[in-house]
Design a protein around this ligand. Sequence first.
Ligand code: SF4
Length: 316
Amino acid sequence: MKVHQTRLSTGITRTKEFERKRLASFAVNVGTKCGHDCLYCSTGALLRMHRSFKEAGQNPFGHGYAIVDPETPGRVAADAQRIRHRGMVQICTVVDAWAPEAHEYRLGRKCLESILAESGWTVRILTKNAAVAEDFDLLEKHRDRVLIGLSITGTADKGRILGIIEPHASPIEQRMATLREARARGLRTYGMLCPLLPGIADAPEQIDELVQLVAQCGAEEVFIEPINPRGPALRVTQEALFTEGYTREAAAIGQIRRRDQWSRYVLELIRHVQTSMQRHSDLGKLRFLLYPTGLTPGDLSEIHQNDTGVIWLGKD
Ligand code: SF4
C-alpha cells in the first residue's frame, strides 16, 4: 500500500446528502482515498476530479494506494469551536478514519477528541476497522453523544470472499466482535449492512443472520444500501472474484451490471430486509437508502406499493 499525503482545506463540512440519508448533518473526512481499498468503493467516482489524485499521480479509480491528511484534526478542532449551529457529525463519509494510514496518526481519535471537547455536537462513527475499539475508552466518557457502527457486509462463513473484495479492512469476524464489544461496554450502536452483494450476502437466511446480529448489539437504527453501480467498481469486483476461483459469486456480480438485473436485485433486497427486520428486529428501525435512478418502471412501482423503511434519495 503506497500512502500519499495531501493538504485538504476542510474540517467539519455540511452534508445535505447525508442529512437526507438521516445519517448526519455534518461530515469529517481525513483524506481522499481509503487504504482499506474495497474493490466496490464509490469514493473514486465521487471525488474523481479532486486535485489530490493528480498531485499523487494516481488514478481515482485505481487500487493499492491511500491519500491521507494528517493535519485534519487541527481544522476539525477549529470548526468544532467556530460553528454555532451544531448537530451530528459523521466520521467519515468518503474514507475511513480507522484505516491503517489514518490510524497511524490516530486521526479517528484526534477528530473525536476535537469534536467532543465542544458541547452541542454528537458523532456517528462508521468504520470497517476493529482498531476503533482502542478508542472505546473515549467513547465511554461521552457515551450519550456517540453512535458507533461497523460496516457488516456478510456472514462469517463468507470471510474469505470478503477478504478479497475488502482486502485491508478488518476481517468480518473481527468487525462483528468489535460491535459486540461496543454493546457490552454500553455504547450506543447502529447497524450498517452495506453493501449486501448479490450471491454473497443477499439471501434471506444471510440477511436474517446479519439483522439478528445488529439487533443483539442494540442497534438503534439499521441502515442498508444496495451496491452502487457507478464507475468500474462492479466490473473490478467481478474480475477479482473470478480470478480467485469464486465463479458463482463473480457471475452474480456480473449479472447486476445489467440495469434490469440491478433493479430486480434491489427490489428483492428490500423485500427480504423488510421481512427480516419485521421478524427479528423492529421494522421502524429500518433505513433502506435508495436512489431510484436505475430502477425499471415496473420495479419502481412495485417498491412504491410497500416502501416501509425506504428513504428515497436523489433530486426528487
Ligand atoms: S472502507 Fe469504505 S471508504 Fe474505505 S475503501 Fe472501503 S468502501 Fe471505500
